[in-house]
Design a protein around this ligand. Structure first.
Ligand SMILES: [Zn+2]
Length: 169
């Protein structure tokens, strides 16, 4: 099932999500639906609050569905180490059509649980490290625009407000 994606302005995107505690069939179904929703939107990551579900859960696939091994499910993730720096264009499915150069660590290590509740840690660099940071922040109620200059952020907020008024958001 493909969920509609919640856009910036909705409260669910800006509050910390609740930890995942029920590891059952309905969680597996939700994860499958999140992958389907993410691929349909051509995204490389999707956090549960982006479909209106306030749970610490995100899916990532920086291969865009090309490599089955690239599918990652992070439950209750935490970034436990960061190193270096990269500045690249970043976007978010909840802020469609807005992209901006965003500073991130070059390498990041995430600790999370998988669907069988097993804890694991994973280190990555480049785009995947960026995705770890971006998606984990979603679960804390933080969006990538919080990393931009105030000027840039205010400009995006203004444009969103204009689109909301015009019924285009
Ligand atoms: Zn996002």
């Amino acid at each position: 099932m493909i969920y509609p994606i919640v856009k910036y302005g909705q409260e669910v995107l800006e509050r910390p999500a609740a930890p995942v505690t029920q590891f059952d069939g309905s969680l597996e179904k939700l994860v499958a639906d999140m992958f389907e929703t993410m691929y349909a939107a051509n995204g490389v990551g999707l956090a549960a609050p982006q479909i209106g579900i306030s749970l610490k859960l995100c899916v990532i696939d920086v291969s865009c569905g090309k490599e089955p091994n690239a599918r990652l499910v992070l439950l209750n993730p935490e970034i436990i180490a960061m190193e270096g720096e990269q500045v690249e264009e970043e976007g978010c499915l909840s802020l469609p059509d807005f992209r901006a150069k965003t500073r991130r660590p070059l390498r990041a290590t995430v600790r999370a649980q998988d669907l069988s509740r097993t804890e694991f840690t994973l280190s990555a660099e480049g785009l995947l490290a960026r995705a770890f940071c971006h998606e984990t922040e979603h679960l804390g109620g933080k969006l990538f625009i919080s990393h931009l200059s105030r000027l840039k952020r205010d400009s995006i907020k203004r444009q969103v407000r204009r689109m909301v008024k015009a019924g285009e958001w």
